[in-house]
Design a protein around this ligand. Structure first.
Ligand code: PLP
Length: 367
């Protein structure tokens, strides 16, 4: 660290030089994050100094967190759901598995999850000493419910299903998995980190939420399709009391107990997430999701005409292709099976899709 501080001008120059090295969102086709909505930026700035780690000091911000959970619970079919704002899908998934493990005391606990589960579950299982039982996917890359049922035994503390897989945007057969979970009394956690703010706004979307009796908890990330600022995740539980299983004593704070994983938690992304939902309303969210799905279909159709077919028709706005190389300058990603993967987030608008397709066709700039 320098002995003598430098001027604001010098600092800002140091920062902007580094910022210019970042890839602009207009070229990022691989991310599940996006440019925050302008209202999210305003709300974030307003709450920049708040700390939900000590909610008694920031009662207004804590109220916003309760409002956010109430909005999302209602959207997901259970207005009385409990929950809290996490740092993202990873933390929500860890906490869901902690709850599930505490609900069923097993000496050799295992978790049944699809091959498509996000790598956050590997971290969670490693930390919690849980055996991972991977369920193969069917031809449409959804979890095979029969195979899942076969893997469940007396030591299964949780079954995980995905609503909007990271790699292919698919939704597992959650109706069927919910029935199995209810019959066999298994905690069913739905990872809807991505799909949670897509599926409720799609016509004829598959059911995935608390409207299915067997669903116990849901992860949903406003910093993905909720256009909130980073970091913004939410964990929701059907029965609010289960959160208390995670309670520890928090001496010297304004509240005596806490169940969150992080201690200090910024209220800024919470305010941002709520601001976007209330500003857009269902109508605005529907329009945004409709646009992303339309762009996904246009991209799939365009790639197909160039001889790059998709391995699956996605349930959400994640497009994948049998295509080995991306044109220069574009940031795409690759699935474990070697497919090119593009997430049609709100910043990947029609003009971005057309520019990408033009470059793929070889007629783009630089060709
Ligand atoms: N779950 C799913 C389905 C995801 O797609 C992701 C991230 O892409 C996560 C969990 C992890 O979310 P985060 O990176 O916010 O921790």
């Amino acid at each position: 660290m320098r002995e003598k501080g430098c001027s604001e001008e010098e600092i800002l120059s140091l920062l902007s030089i580094r910022k210019e090295k970042d890839t602009p969102y207009s070229r990022i086709l691989s991310s599940m994050c996006t440019l925050p909505h302008p209202i999210a930026v305003k709300a974030h700035q307003m709450f920049i100094s708040t700390n939900l780690g000590d909610p008694g000091l920031f009662c207004g911000t804590a109220e916003l967190e309760r409002m956010l959970i109430e909005r999302l619970g209602t959207l997901l079919g259970e207005p009385g759901a409990g929950g809290y704002a996490t740092s993202g899908g990873t933390e929500s998934n860890i906490q869901a598995l902690r709850i599930a493990s505490k609900l069923k005391n097993s000496k050799r606990p295992n978790v049944v999850m699809p091959d498509s589960a996000h790598f956050s579950f590997e971290k969670a299982c490693d930390m919690l000493g849980l055996e991972v039982r991977s369920v193969p996917l069917d031809r449409e890359l959804r979890m095979d419910a029969d195979r899942a049922a076969d893997l469940i035994d007396d030591d299964t503390v949780c079954m995980v299903a995905i609503a909007g897989t990271t790699e292919y945007g698919m939704v597992d057969p959650i109706g069927e998995l919910s029935r199995i979970a209810a019959e066999r009394d298994i905690f069913l956690h739905v990872d809807a980190a991505f799909g949670g703010l897509v599926l409720p706004f799609l016509e004829n979307a598959p059911k995935f939420d608390f409207s299915l009796a067997g669903v116990s908890s849901i992860s949903l990330d406003p910093h993905k399709m909720g256009m909130s600022t980073i970091p913004s995740g939410c964990l929701l539980v059907r029965e609010p009391e289960v959160l208390e299983l995670l309670n520890i004593q928090t001496p010297y704070l304004t509240v005596r107990q806490g169940y969150t994983l992080s201690g200090t938690r910024s209220g800024a992304p919470v305010a941002a997430a709520l601001a976007v939902l209330d500003h857009l309303g269902c109508e605005g969210m529907r329009a945004m999701v409709r646009g992303c799905m339309k762009n996904t279909r246009r991209l799939i159709e365009g790639m197909e005409t160039f001889g790059f077919p998709s391995p699956v028709q996605p349930d959400t706005n994640v497009a994948t292709f049998q295509c080995k190389n991306a044109p220069t300058g574009w940031k795409v990603s690759w699935t474990r099976q070697g497919h090119m993967r593009i997430v049609c987030m709100p910043h990947v608008d029609r003009s971005v899709i057309e520019a990408f397709l033009k470059d793929v066709s070889g007629k783009g700039p630089g060709e």
